[in-house]
Write a protein that binds this ligand. Structure first.
Ligand code: SF4
Length: 340
């Protein structure tokens, strides 16, 4: 990707001040049959106070990006290239001590299943207190008071501080996980499918709470999901991933009203809108690509209803085709595509 394009992806409207800049990130999984490039040259930034959504099918690389930012990838996954700059510091070059300080203090993470993130044999209060005491030189009593305050902020009565995870409802457990992630008030929270395991009513309550907290504390969010309707509601900008690459990125309303990449259009048609009239849902035929030997040219071409001349041989670069709207598709970036 050219420097101009990378710079362009950062150029969003308004008072954009970058908090984190991901530059040409590459992650590989060493598999028996060869290596899998799970993230292949991904670049984007998140501004201070901004919510960036990352969408795509399972295996598109979105959760791998989150784990690479946190430096929690486990072998056989390895980061093979790129930079993750947070306020100028490269996370990928940090020592083990620096990375321990960085996690939770500067970036925290909310995972999909609260039951898997919480320790079942510790009270939720103790789990928040542990996170605070690992990073702050304060007394246990002060940490307990802070933990109560965090629970109250996420909408849980402070007297539930001594409850074990199994004594809370699914929605309360997910709020408790958000309280832990918020405990040190990091400038960036990564939320990986934070509402997927919840029913629709609780999902909406959690989303409303996340939006309220973001307005109150001003942190940035990288919000990962495969659910487009949810992402359009919560995000300022959305990046669509396919086969380890970003294939489209735009402000969320622009993407919702004018999706350009055929894969984005397919994703949009695969999910019901949370509001508005009922309509027939369509899936995307075919399967995600095998990244050990990805398709030549455009990785989406075997599934694309609009493929034409160059699609199976020339890899489409990510290009800004409208203000702040980037797409990697020959339909929008070649004269032959415009004529289709
Ligand atoms: Fe479809 Fe070709 Fe665009 Fe790929 S480049 S999404 S195959 S039209």
């Amino acid at each position: 990707m050219s420097t101009d394009v990378k710079r362009g992806i950062r150029a969003v409207p308004g008072n954009f001040v970058p908090l984190i800049e991901i530059d040409n990130l590459q992650v590989e999984y060493l598999a028996g049959r060869g290596s899998v490039r799970a993230v292949d040259g991904v670049s984007f930034s998140i501004g201070k106070g901004e919510v960036v959504g990352l969408a795509g099918e399972s295996g598109s690389g979105k959760s791998t990006i989150a784990q690479a930012i946190m430096r929690i990838l486990q072998p056989p996954a390895i980061i093979t290239g790129g930079k993750v700059l947070i306020e100028g510091k490269d996370v990928l070059q940090m020592s083990d001590k620096q990375i321990r300080d960085f996690r939770w203090d500067e970036v925290s993470m909310v995972f999909q299943s609260a039951m898997n993130s919480l320790n079942p044999v510790m009270t939720v209060g103790d789990q928040i207190i542990d996170a605070i005491l690992a990073h702050r030189k304060i007394s246990e009593q002060q940490a307990r008071e802070q933990a109560k305050e965090m629970l109250r902020i996420v909408g849980i009565e402070a007297d539930r501080i001594d409850s074990y995870p199994h004594q809370l409802s699914g929605g309360m457990r997910q709020r408790a996980v958000i309280a832990i992630a918020l405990a040190l008030q990091p400038p960036l929270m990564i939320m990986d499918e934070p509402t997927t395991a919840l029913d629709v009513v609780v999902q909406r309550e959690i989303l409303a709470k996340i939006t309220e907290l973001r307005e109150q504390f001003g942190f940035s969010i990288l919000f990962i999901t495969h659910d487009m309707s949810l992402l359009v509601e919560i995000s300022d900008r959305i990046a669509i991933m396919y086969g380890g690459e970003i294939v489209e990125m735009a402000p969320s309303r622009e993407l919702f009203e004018n999706p350009l990449h055929p894969y984005t259009q397919g994703l949009m048609a695969s999910f019901p809108a949370l509001t508005g009239p009922r309509k027939r849902l369509e899936g995307i035929p075919g399967s995600p690509p095998d990244l050990i030997s990805p398709p030549s040219g455009c990785r989406f071409h075997p599934r694309c209803p609009h493929r034409f001349g160059p699609c199976d041989s020339i890899h489409p670069p990510l290009i800004e085709v409208r203000p702040n709207h980037f797409v990697a598709c020959h339909l929008h970036t070649t004269p032959e595509g415009s004529a289709q």
